[in-house]
Design a protein around this ligand. Structure first.
Ligand SMILES: [Zn+2]
Length: 124
């Protein structure tokens, strides 16, 4: 059963977060792709992994898990469980294009309103 789903969350600030799939830190531009396994939040997804089909992402998770197995067996096991769920998930439920659109909308909302007098001064 497909239990993996994603949600787009908007933040007021840019953040550096680790990707739930590849483990690399990335700068997230106001909008996060948050991955859930059922009701459990598993982490945020970088755009590179979002562009990767879920079954390939499962392969990345297994590689990470194999590297972590000795140092952190419980964490490796968590990654293996998530990989197993991704194996049976058709897609992320959100596309890179949808993420970019949401980021643009978030940026527009953040632009402060400039009084017309000052706007004129900026143009002149
Ligand atoms: Zn990633």
């Amino acid at each position: 059963m497909n239990t993996i789903r994603t949600e787009l969350w908007t933040y007021q600030v840019k953040r550096e977060v680790p990707c739930v799939v590849c483990g690399q830190f990335f700068e997230q531009a106001n909008v996060a792709v948050v991955v859930f396994d059922g009701a459990q939040e598993r982490g945020e997804l970088c755009s590179g992994c979002l562009a990767t089909p879920t079954q390939q992402a499962a392969g990345r998770l297994r590689q990470r898990g194999a590297r972590l197995a000795r140092r952190s067996p419980l964490w490796a096991q968590e990654l293996a469980v998530l990989a197993g769920q991704l194996d049976v998930t058709d897609d992320w439920g959100v596309t890179v294009a949808a993420l970019r659109t949401a980021e643009q909308a978030a940026r527009r909302r953040r632009l402060p309103a400039i009084p017309s007098r000052e706007r004129h001064a900026l143009i002149a």
